[in-house]
Structures are given as C-alpha cells and as structure tokens.
Design a protein around this ligand. Sequence first.
Ligand SMILES: Nc1ncnc2c1ncn2[C@@H]1O[C@H](COP(=O)(O)OP(=O)(O)OP(=O)(O)O)[C@@H](O)[C@H]1O
Ligand SMILES: [Mg+2]
Length: 284
Amino acid sequence: MVILQARNIQYKYHDGTYALCGISLDVKKGELLAILGQNGSGKTTLLKHLNGLLKPLGGEIVLERKPLAQYSSKEIFQRVGIVFQDPNDQLFAPSVREDVAFGPMNLGLSKDEITQRVDEALKLVGMTPHANKAVDALSFGQKKRVCIAGVLAMKPEILVLDEPTCGLDPAGVTSIMTLLKELNATHGITIIMATNTVDLVPVYMDRLAIMYHGSILRIGTPEEAFSNTDEIKHACLELPQIAQLMQILRDENNLTMDNLPLTVGEARKFLINTINLKHSEVGM
Ligand SMILES: Nc1ncnc2c1ncn2[C@@H]1O[C@H](COP(=O)(O)OP(=O)(O)OP(=O)(O)O)[C@@H](O)[C@H]1O
Ligand SMILES: [Mg+2]
C-alpha cells in the first residue's frame, strides 16, 4: 500500500534555481526507502516537501490518498516526522529533555503522557543518561540522536531523515542504522532517508531512488538500481565498495557471476561457493 506519494513535484527557489523538475515517487507503507544523489541533486528539497515545509510550485504530495494541503500543519507534523541534515538547525531548547518534550507539548497531551513519551524516545535512541544535559554540551552524534528522539516522541507513522549518518563515527553509523531498522521492524514506521553513503543502502534499505539534477533517474531494489552501472556513473555515484571489488573480479579476472554481490555477506557467500567449486574440480 502506498502511504505517501509525490506527484510531479516542481520547485524553484527564490533565486531562480530549479531544484525539483517533476518528481514522482510512491512510498510504500512500512518500507525503508533511500534517496541517493550527488550534492545539489535535490534530496533535501524533496524531503522538505514530504512534510509540507516547502510548498511545491507544481504537483502535489498525497498522504494516504489525501493531498497534504488538506491536512492541518499539526496533523502533518505528528504523522510525518523530519530529522534535518544539521542537528543545530533542529535543536533549540536548553536541555535534552525540554527539546524532546517540545513536540508532544504542542500536541496538547497530558503531563504524564509527555513524560512517558520523552522517556521512551530517549531510551530508544540510548540518550536516557543525558536527559538533563544542556543541548549545547552534547557531541554531534548525541545531538543527532536527540533530534531523532524529538521526532519519535510524536509517534510518527513516517520518519524522514536527511543524511542521518553524516558526521558520525563508524560505530555511530551502525548504531543509528540499527535503530532505524528496529523502529521499522518493531513499530512499523515507514522510513525515508537521504544519504550519500552508498555502502549503507544494500545492507539496510528495501529500495532506493536515485536523484540527479532535480529528477529521479530510477527507483527500485538495491539489486535493480545498482545493476545499471552506467546509470550509477551518469548520476555521479559509485557502487558500494564491496560491489566495486566484485565488479573488478568479474570484468578483469573473469569471475563469472549472475548478479553483482552488493554486501560483504553476499560477496562472502559467492566467494566461498566459488572456492569450494574450484576445490571439488581439483579433487575430481
Ligand atoms: N535556499 C536556497 N536558495 C537557493 N537555492 C537553493 C537553496 N537551497 C538549495 N538550493 C539549490 O537547490 C538545489 C538542490 O539542493 P538540495 O539542498 O536539495 O540538494 P541535496 O541533494 O540535498 O545536496 P547535499 O547532498 O549537498 O545535501 C541545489 O542546486 C542548491 O544549490
Ligand atoms: Mg541535502
């Protein structure tokens, strides 16, 4: 079922930059969708349309079969949570707890319900020990977590994240991606995430949309989208690193493979099978 739909979205900034040139996209309920594209391809502009922060010049966003324009801002912010690229653009309250409580307070919930939601959201992102800390005193990665907690406290159906792993250390990347995967699996939250990190996509995401100069070049599973290596190059993107290695082994070392393995797990399986096959041929 399609939960969110972009229908031919066009957008032009005040200085005349055409950032989106007719984007159409169906987001399926419960999926993890990556938006991939080079710098300036329009990812952030598109994400800001998905919860009405930007209004399209042409086209419309449809949330569960109803145009976004027909919802109140409050309802949209509750149902579609957005986490910005830079946490400093999102956080503004003095303490972690106050920041996370801001959204639920605006929903007019009871004090008990707000406390419960804040505690739960901080626990989900592993920030309970820092609940009373000043926002300014947090590390960059901790700020990102607090931003996610602030959105989770609204209990959204859809979570839109702009480069959530950008600026995090490798352990931070894994823990944020694991958290998103868990939120998706256990709470059924639909996740739409812009990223420049191609390696993450086949490991964690169900589908990806490739953006280029304000348009979507392709949308599909990682296998579908990464199979057209010329298109990936055209979009100024690269294959995941492990797929690059497998591509060299296929093209320059004549290793036969039906599909290019995209993850370490897939490559390992393929290589073990190939080695076992060679061993059994030698043994014959
Ligand atoms: N406030 C603005 N005013 C004018 N032009 C803008 C503004 N914000 C973005 N743009 C332009 O719109 C286009 C798309 O920008 P956008 O920020 O959506 O790209 P992006 O894919 O998110 O890039 P990045 O990977 O660097 O975050 C770019 O050409 C950019 O210069
Ligand atoms: Mg951006």
